[in-house]
Write a protein that binds this ligand. Sequence first.
Ligand code: ZN
Length: 231
Amino acid sequence: MMKISEIDWKWKSGLSVRPKTNYIVLHHAAAIACSPYQIDSWHKANGWSGIGYHYFVRKDGSIYRGRPEWATGAHASGKNHESIGVCAEGNYDVEYIMPDSQKDAIKELLRYLKLKYPNTTVKGHKHVGTTGCPGKYYPLSEMMEFYRNVIANESEELNVTQYEELKKEINTLKSRVGYFNYIDDNMNEAYKPTIEKLVSAGILQGNEKGELMLTTDMMRILTILDRAGVF
Ligand SMILES: [Zn+2]
């Protein structure tokens, strides 16, 4: 189980509610070793209410909550109203390798966020601002790919009810198979193996244009069923 350490922050001024959540923005602290308390004091010195990130992950893998998740952060100018900020301890402009403990903890946190906010995408701070953050050696593409491949409704184990419900849904789907996308770059990588398998087994057939006529929800259900060994 992921553990988030809570700190009783003293905010200098009131926090505002973030109106929407479209992005998870990844940062590094640009400091080889630092605590969440230091970040808070640095951000207060900027004139901010307090620590601007929503999460801070240390090299040992411990995860701290900064701003409450509902609040607007102070970490990515222009995107704060629509993003959650996740900062890693370290300076990944000069440190070549992120420790596995930290990398695994960030992934665990990302999985948790994807399940809560399935329609978000991960960006590096440098993708949304003029900065080198999170540093050229931060495993940014690895994190982005990991996030894309988390299936929003993924369950580690299906219980009997879920399984029966999914089977019912799949029968409804079978009678509707015939729109959607081709198997192309737009298809979520996480769904491709299942869809390709079902196409080659003749379970899924495209229309005369080769379109598969599946929605994202359908692909997700098919993938979950596939992982549960249904096909
Ligand atoms: Zn940053």
